[in-house]
Design a protein around this ligand. Sequence first.
Ligand code: GAL
Length: 848
Amino acid sequence: MVRVKKIETVSLVLVLVLELVVAATATNVTYDHRALVIDGKRKILISGSIHYPRSTPEMWPDLIKKSKDGGLDVIETYVFWSGHEPEKNKYIFEGRYDLVKFVKLVAEAGLYVHLRIGPYACAEWNYGGFPVWLHFVPGIKFRTDNEPFKVEMQRFTAKIVDVMKQEKLYASQGGPIILSQIENEYGNIDSAYGAAGKSYMKWSASMALSLDTGVPWNMCQQKDAPDPIINTCNGFYCDQFTPNSNNKPKMWTENWSGWFLGFGDPSPYRPVEDLAFAVSRFYQRGGTFQNYYMYHGGTNFERTSGGPLITTTYDYDAPIDEYGLLRQPKWGHLRDLHKAIKLCEDKLIATDPIITSLGTNLEASVYKTSSGSCAAFLANFGTQSDATVTFNGNSYHLPAWSVSILPDCKNVAFNTAKINSATESTTFTPQSLKPEADSSAELGSQWSYIKETIGISKNDAFLKLGLLEQINTTADKSDYLWYSLRMDVKGDETFLDEGSTSVLHIESLGQVVYAFINGKLAGSGNGKQKISLDIPINLVTGKNTIDLLSVTVGLANYGAFFDLVGAGITGPVTLKSAKSGISINLASQQWTYQVGLKGEDTGLGIEDSSEWVSKSPLPTKQPLIWYKTTFDAPSGSEPVAIDFTGTGKGIAWVNGQSIGRYWPTSIARNDGCTDPCNYRGTYKATKCLKNCGKPSQTLYHVPRSWIKPSGNTLVLLEEMGGDPTKISFATKQTGNNLCLTVSQSHPAPVDTWTFDSKISNRTTSPVLSLKCSVSTQFISSIKFASFGTPKGTCGSFSRGRCHSSRSLSVVRKACIGSRSCNVEVSSRVFGEPCRGVVKSLAVEASCS
Ligand code: GAL
């Protein structure tokens, strides 16, 4: 008895000690009208989205480091329910789904985490992040006041909160998570759910709060988010947003740094001048937390891409590209912006801005502390003309659609339209890879194959009267569903005379249909939500087979009732005699169904099989063939891509890891492209497009960590027909070309900023800085240099009317042989080629 007492006392003491330790390391996160308040101090926070399953654990440390170097304070991610619980109650927290590891890595780097649990994510993720089994829970209705849904949502949300708590990852426990999100943009669509939508939203809020994370919760795009949940803004601009209570800070959870890509679409991009403008406008008008969606977009491996028809790349034109390389000058210009904003932090958190007009489309915001220190933002939101404004008695040049940041209310540290970071293109270098067996052979000489049966081949095929909706039938276990019909054509049937043409009419909800008649591909088509095909076919007397293969390309992820849009061949399906015009309805017939392909069941992508055939010739340009080859790793450590040009469409695996769907024959629409794009004026997703008329995606990321030095296996399931021997590998690297134009009106580099009050009227000149990104490289040549009025852009620079003859020699002297160099942009250095003109220095340099 006494012993027990003693143990109890000891454990009590231990618990108390532990609690004290936690209390000592715990971070207290609250908020007020101005900002998130961390340990009693308001914070100006800059955040960026990195979705952990869109890269690999091996990539995470570098991505996080590049985020930190880029000036981020917070990493934001959704939690991907379908990845963590692909089967009900069977949780996965490993590999790319090792959320705990990801959060800990962010913490180790000294950054915070915003965990958007959802668990509805949207995110161009398959089914918006919901596992498809959820759809089959009896009586369920998604995202509304429905008991079965709420039970599952609460269970998963609580599970994630528990996992995080167990690992002490909330700031309240000493961890990095300072904020959590419940639901996602429900306010955009809740009216479609009527009163039940409202009660569901309120339930979500109180359910989340009941989980007691010790840190605030937010709801994005939910203007009626109940207290104390912070309603936040998503969009290309959020400067006009105000939260629903004066006690909540102005927060921006998704600032779209570009946009996602769809198969068949040109590639969207967002000029950094506009992105920086949007961010600056937000902080200018009282914002204190901003998140780039995405900061690194990454890759939709496996069948995780949403849609329909979202590509495998989720590059997003983000500051860090799909492969983990810096996108320049985007990354660098935003880094400078973040520095400039941070120079204003103590002023920004002290007070609300005083906003005044400086003229048409011109606006000043001033933040002044009680001790008199002051920061200002000057904006020109006109789209046409530059302006010169007078502020506090000084004159400032403001290009159209730009903001200048003055951390001391006097000197300009940064202007959103004046880029001080060099353009640095990235390039793919083709690699010829030798397979392990024969070192003299190129990749592709050693392909083996397995033909997938056209039509029904599996024992679990079943009969059903009428046409079935695809998602309900496959439960998304596979992209593929066979609809198969046998038809007897008797000689005396007039409307289907042998040899004469009939027309097979097929309507499908998407996304791809292949029609095989008697084992031969007769036609195909694709579409987002509707496919209508009229395929001329010839039937034979006697037995005929009609095998329709319907393929999904990512399940819908957005909109009210997105879970119910459906897919597959839901009809009508008819057969019409070209001769007699008589038509018969096939939709109501008895069809045979097969979910998935035989090779998927065998696991051809994942496991080895004795069925591979290696005899030549290799069948090419035929539908439904599995191909396999081996390859050695491309040398070096640079990121790797496979160029699928030459193939049609399918899914690929490297060493058993699915690298996603490939579809190089999906060609981008040939209209709407503008490259370059005028950044001035309101951006939208269709404003700046490139790659019109070209394949939407030819290059597919293969993470380095999935590749061994030699003896790697590449397997593909080619569904349309293609030639896999045309496949090639490439590595991606930062190009060795640097280009930059800095004018005399540019501010000095933000890194050289000082608040030194002794420097009363600063004359710090602008500087053109170049740096080779590879640490072993040096600037080896100056391809172009002109101080004066140079024209053109990178690769096409030319001298203008005004040009200093010293340009090349000055830049060469300063730069050649060094990894980095700084050249002052002034007539003091270059002489005076033309008086009374604002001059620029344009340089193109190479590193080697
Ligand atoms: C938002 C959504 C994100 C993502 C984005 C577009 O509406 O919240 O999850 O889908 O659009 O990339």
